[in-house]
Design a protein. Sequence first.
Length: 538
Amino acid sequence: MSDASLGELDGVTRFLDSKVDENPRAVISLLTQKVSETLGDPPLFSSRTEAAILMNAAGVVINAASRDADEEALRSAEDWMSRVVSSGILTGTQYESAALYNLANSQMEIADLRILREAAVPSDNPDASPTHARLETRFANHQRLRSARSNFRASALTTTDDLERSTRWCNLANTLDQSGRWIEAYDAYVRALRAAPHNGNAAGNAAVMVSRVIRAGWDYEGHLCSLYDKYLRQAKENRSVTVDVAGEAAAQKYDAMSLTGSDVPITSSPEEADPYRQWIMKNRLALAATLEGLGYSEFKDRWDTIGLNCATTGPEAMSPPPVFAMLNVLKSDFLVARKLAFEAIQIQSADDGHLQHRSDPGLYTDTLDGGLYGQASSQLTLAHRAAMDVLDKTAVAVNEHLQVGDNPKRIFFSRFWFEDKKRTQLRSSLANQARLASSVLAMAELALDMEPGGLYEHAQEMRNAGTHRFVKIYRGPADQANTPSIQVITLQAMQATCLEALTVARAAYIYLTEMLRIFEDTKAKSRNRMELVLPNVR
């Protein structure tokens, strides 16, 4: 490939980038033709320069195709970027993050375009709502969206530019939110704004998400309204960045949104809390319908308040439905896992993970390779496993309360939400209940993200290792590789994946309570039912 032809393609790409809003269809036609003339169809490349120039061209095509609703062009760009990423040519270079980001954007835009198109087509099913149709189409594109989520995350972790990192986290948050995964979406918005507080578009998107949570009727409305105001102010104050990142239309949307004027504190001051509560607030691990802090409760020092407080039942019922006991056990299981993780991390932080804690009575053999042994290391592994065990039990609770009919002994979170073993269809008995469809999609996507290539594949891998094999934790990078019997991991990575497991378990528990709350609200409107309200344990 001559330098002159590559330079010409690069120049055309840069010129057409400025014409995307003016005439996106012409940009697509001209740039696609130029790529074909220069690199072939499909494009061939063997150097970093060629791959980087193709990557830039793909980025312009994606921007133009998204404006022109051109799926064919998006699929061409997706193919280009798949070839670039899979080649590994840009891995470890300054272009790696952009390549992953372009691939993720093409995947997300294709799915979003199909969802919009399908939603506009009248359904043959008279009972199908537009929301249900949208969710069905979204799941039909679950493989592409799953890959997009992982690529957004990888691109955020491989860039050194703060605003780029913020934009990548924001796009991940957006696609999570569109699937009803608002707890995980909020965490991604927080990451986006930590990377670049001036990213007005991320702040505006966060405000939109919080407003949706408020409308859903969750507790702590004052807290949520204050949080909404915080992010909306941030969006309005950084309007110019929103225009640069997302365009004038996005900025105008935030301009039109009004503040609520709430004066409820978003959270209590972390300085006023003990170390455990500070840690919970920092990592957003409270089982409360708050997005920040611990919320406020009439019960002193009991902040994990979310749950199901009432259910409808027939007049012949002699005892409360089993779901109340199930949710109590699930909550206490999570709290034990959370406390185990905190205590282990505190012990390891006190001595930098180098020494056996004085409270540990075990005498351990030094394996002369930097391996860490003792109660704190095992506590971390057990906390991780206990958190992940919450997932299977959420599926058991749904099976029991919604009378799905599966054998509880054979229920697994990874399979329960699907009609078939290959997980190509959502479980119809759940997804066909219109008001439950969003919660079912959230759970199904969460299950798919536990598999290899998903957002949480490492958390699932460590759960399997902790259950069936040996997890060996090292102070720092270890020379040893994994074996069929031993999973090797650094202390820092083990702490991170334990926190991830807790985050995932918290999200699943909250999605579960949301599903049950919606189910009970629907059931309460039927005849011959009475509401059962149970007191809290004091």
